[in-house]
Design a protein around this ligand. Structure first.
Ligand code: ACO
Length: 333
């Protein structure tokens, strides 16, 4: 899906993130399943991930990240007009996790809903919110990627349990002021012929929650990793190239690429194909693993707060996930 012409430029006015306190290291995982720090690190780049506490839900993490983004944007929660939470691990099927976030923030003026696009959800939300603001439907938006993947992980399956973690990232969007940057171009896509590559088969309507289904771990993530890997590299490269071209950028103009944090080998392959040097590619998956919709949102916040880019710089975000889905955004900060 290509970029629409904007009426008003929209900027990212603030970012925030939150990860749970509990760290689960590769060494600890090696006590639980037949794996090793060496295998996990060399195949994925992951050293450790965060695990939410028992009573800590997706909406709680989302709310922490949201408060930090609002603070940075200098905006009161009561001013918010739109809240979109991207997640595949909602607190409940209904109401949407965004409604719990609205309640926790007291943002009762805001329209609040969730979107489900797996790891691509945060950039899907960005495109949607940007368009709704530029069209004048809303004056601002809070977009959040938040996941408690530990709740849908099969902790006996070494091929998936080493990959995932919990966390949340958020951004506040609003019309740009003259001295500010803008979201320059966005891209998103879906290939529903590949639903079988990555899914949670049970726990919803097609395969309801029964004791037998839970015994077979059908409520947890399953993945054909090698196939996903191949599609991820191709789709992310294409999506990133499209937003770079549409934004009128050259690879050397890009101060920071913020890719989905799933696998360092995928990230390296993307950097190589985009001809962007590795030192301009932001990586934090060594500390958090793959947090699905939260991953690029947490990375954006950390890159911003640690000075990986500054006012006036061009950055590119690019993601892929179950669906399969993919998305990219080029932003002038
Ligand atoms: N520890 C030790 N050995 C393992 C582990 C483990 N944790 N996991 C798998 N192995 C073994 C396998 O059993 C296999 O052994 P065999 O050769 O005897 O059969 C061997 O290691 C190789 O397994 P592969 O699956 O071929 O390993 P690969 O190099 O492809 O790496 C991985 C697997 C890391 C999953 C990789 O394919 C990958 O990252 N794919 C992309 C996944 C992804 O990015 N998903 C993102 C979307 S997530 C979302 O949307 C929620």
């Amino acid at each position: 899906m290509s970029e629409d012409k904007s009426v008003t430029d929209v900027c990212i006015a603030g970012t925030g993130s939150y990860v749970p306190e509990k760290i689960l290291t590769n060494e600890e995982l090696a006590q639980m399943v037949d794996t090793s720090d060496e295998w996990i690190f060399t195949r994925t780049g992951i050293r450790e991930r965060r695990i939410a506490a028992d009573g800590e839900f997706t909406s709680h993490m989302a709310t922490h990240a949201a408060r930090r983004a609002l603070e940075q944007a200098g905006m009161e929660a009561s001013e918010l007009e739109l809240i979109i939470v991207a997640t595949i691990t909602p607190d409940t099927f209904t109401p949407a996790t965004a409604c719990y976030v609205q309640q926790a923030l007291g943002s009762y003026k805001a329209v609040a809903f969730d979107i489900s696009a797996a790891c691509s959800g945060f950039l899907y939300a960005m495109k949607l919110a940007k368009r709704l603001i530029s069209d004048g439907a809303f004056q601002n938006a809070l977009i959040i990627g938040a996941e408690k993947l530990s709740a849908v992980t099969n902790w006996q399956d070494r091929s998936t349990c080493v990959l995932f973690g919990d966390g949340a990232g958020a951004a506040v969007l609003r019309p740009s002021k003259p001295s500010e940057g803008a979201i320059l171009a966005t891209e998103m896509g879906t290939d529903g012929s590949l639903t079988h590559l990555l899914n949670i088969p049970g726990g919803a309507i097609a395969c309801p929650t029964t004791a037998a289904n839970v015994d077979q771990n059908l409520h947890t993530l399953t993945m054909l990793g090698k196939e996903v890997f191949k599609h991820a590299v191709n789709r992310m490269k294409d999506a990133a190239e499209k937003v770079i071209t549409r934004a009128g950028l050259q690879p050397e103009d890009i101060a920071c690429v913020i890719p989905h944090q799933a696998n360092l080998r995928i990230i390296d392959a993307i950097a190589d194909r985009l001809a962007v040097p590795n030192d301009r590619v932001f990586v934090n998956l060594d500390r958090y693993g793959n947090t699905s919709a939260a991953a690029v949102a947490i990375a954006l916040d950390e890159a911003h707060r640690t000075g990986a880019f500054k006012r006036g710089d061009a950055i590119v975000m690019v993601v892929f996930g179950a669906g399969l889905t993919w998305a990219a955004a080029a932003v002038r900060w």
